[in-house]
Design a protein around this ligand. Structure first.
Ligand code: DOR
Ligand code: ZN
Ligand code: ZN
Length: 352
């Protein structure tokens, strides 16, 4: 007997689809195939492309490129830079959030200057989140700016105990703040870096067992609002080359890992839906997808293999891990788009 359950199509608010400019890593087709193969019918794409999405022209070029290529629905985030502030009012209706890098990572987007940061928080619409990459102490600065300028703040990939504490306090303080956690921070620790080498390197890095336990607790008590895969593919050549880029793919491993946690009693099924659908939908104002659902077999076990992935990068830091809970079917607006093996489409839309 199969133990099949039906869930709504899931939402991932944080993916790097890499097009344009880095299509050796991923492109709109392969990235959204990976989304569908992972149960995500909506994903939001990040702006840190080689030519960053920081002008209305770059955003429009991205939208035009995406059209006709998408297997899942895709929405976009705009990038914050000194020069992009002038375009905020022009683009805010076309995107779901503003991504602000306050620490250095892949790409050129980074703002450290206090004065520019103030301008960013002051100029961005109060209706849509500013998504910050802000680790440890930098997070405190982001929170005080959001407080000062009354912004909706979304904290990407929380990974440290102290970050959880700061966010918890800000929530109690009445701030309009939300946050996400990745599955690599929930299921891997710094111990795994020894085994994974550069394939276990991302920003923020893998943390201690103690941090990991705090993340699980924060999911349970709703300090953490959602899962963001931070799907950040890089090729094997890049990951084993001279200058190793940070980032790991995540779209195809997130749901099975979470289903495994449900099977272990670490997470309730209600909580799973809250963190992969209800909360991201509410916080990012994502429209309803009619007649869209996924089917999983809660009892089917399998081992993640690099060979079986849709992502162009062709590897996962979870290779060799056994999971229980398998995606069997995805239906998007009444169309079968995944039958457990094959992907059909492209039937996705650019959400603008
Ligand atoms: O590990 C990361 N990779 N962290 C980021 O913030 C960016 C991402 C990427 O785009 O590769
Ligand atoms: Zn980030
Ligand atoms: Zn990211």
């Amino acid at each position: 007997m199969k133990n099949l359950i039906r869930l709504p199509g899931l939402i991932d608010p944080h993916v790097h689809l890499r097009e344009p400019g880095a299509i050796q890593k991923e492109d709109f087709q392969t990235g959204t195939k990976a989304a569908i193969a992972g149960g995500f019918t909506t994903v939001l794409d990040m702006p840190n492309n080689p030519i960053p999405t920081v002008t209305p022209e770059a955003l429009q070029q991205k939208i035009d490129l995406a059209k006709g290529q998408l297997f899942s629905d895709v929405g976009f985030h705009f990038g914050a830079s000194r020069e992009s502030i002038q375009y905020f009012s022009k683009v805010q209706d076309l995107v779901f959030g503003l991504k602000l890098y306050m620490n250095h990572t892949t790409g050129e987007l980074l703002i450290e200057d206090e004065f520019v940061l103030e301008e960013v928080f002051s100029a961005w619409t109060k209706e849509k989140p500013i998504m910050v990459h802000a680790e440890a102490d930098t997070l405190k600065k982001a929170i005080s700016l959001a407080k000062k300028f009354n912004n909706k703040l979304h904290v990407c990939h929380v990974s440290l105990k102290e970050e959880v504490e700061v966010i918890k306090a800000a929530k109690q303080d009445g701030l309009n703040i939300s946050c996400e956690v990745t599955c690599h921070h929930l299921f891997l620790t710094e111990e795994d870096v020894k085994r994974l080498g550069s394939y276990g390197m991302m920003k923020p890095p893998l943390r201690s067992k103690e941090d990991q336990e705090v993340l699980w607790q924060a999911l349970t008590d709703s300090t953490i609002d959602m899962i963001g895969s931070d799907h950040a593919p890089h090729t094997k050549e890049e990951k084993t080359g001279k200058k190793i880029p940070n980032g790991v793919p995540g779209l195809e491993t997130t749901l099975p890992l979470l289903l495994t946690a449900v099977n272990k009693g670490q997470l309730s099924q209600e909580k799973l839906i809250e963190i992969t659908l209800t909360n991201p939908k509410k916080i990012f104002g994502i429209p309803e997808q009619k007649k869209t659902w996924i089917e999983v077999d809660m009892d089917e076990s399998y081992v993640f293999k690099n060979e079986n992935l849709q992502t162009k990068c062709g590897w996962t830091p979870f290779a060799g891990m056994k999971v229980t809970g398998k995606l069997k079917k995805v239906v998007l607006r009444g169309q079968l788009v995944f039958d457990g093996k094959n992907i059909f489409g492209p039937y996705g839309r650019a959400m603008v």
